[in-house]
Design a protein around this ligand. Sequence first.
Ligand code: ZN
Length: 204
Amino acid sequence: MKIICIGRNYADHARELGNQVPEQPVVFLKPQSAILSHKHPFYIPEWTQEVHHEVELVVKIDRLGKTISEQHAPRYYSEVGLGIDFTARDIQSELKAKGHPWERAKAFDGSAVVGGFLPLSELGGEVQDLDFTLTNRGEVVQRGNTGDMLFSVNRIIAEVSKFMTLKVGDLLFTGTPAGVAAVASGDRLVGTLAGHDLFAVNVK
Ligand code: ZN
């Protein structure tokens, strides 16, 4: 399986990092080894001083497909969840400055928190109208609504499947709203989607 991630998919987050709003989705991958079970703590790697949390809607692909139209995209997923795209921001800034790929900053072990999944039908069926929050030590640090995505889930599936086959079990991280910030040892990050707590991660 692969983890497909979308960068800069919320205008408020693109702005907070000083990035342009993209004309087409910014796509990158994380390997399967990046997955952190939501039952395990996250250990800050020793080679970075600045790991940011990015809470994101995660869509589970449950059908094989290539060159999927936006119209047919809803047939390719039925469950959604919430995750964190942990990002070593200091390393990413260096890589961006050199024009290098982002894997060192984005694809490291434990960088993809994957929480539980819920049938979209149980959440009202509309993937572009879901509220989600991330709390840290009980305080809300990120708050989003999937209706604010620049590129909808269906549009992303259409774009990505132009050049990459989607397989059963692939996960799509759909981008983060504003509020990203560095984590520290002792933090406790809880992700809530439409009122359902889907992960709780202790940072060490
Ligand atoms: Zn992200």
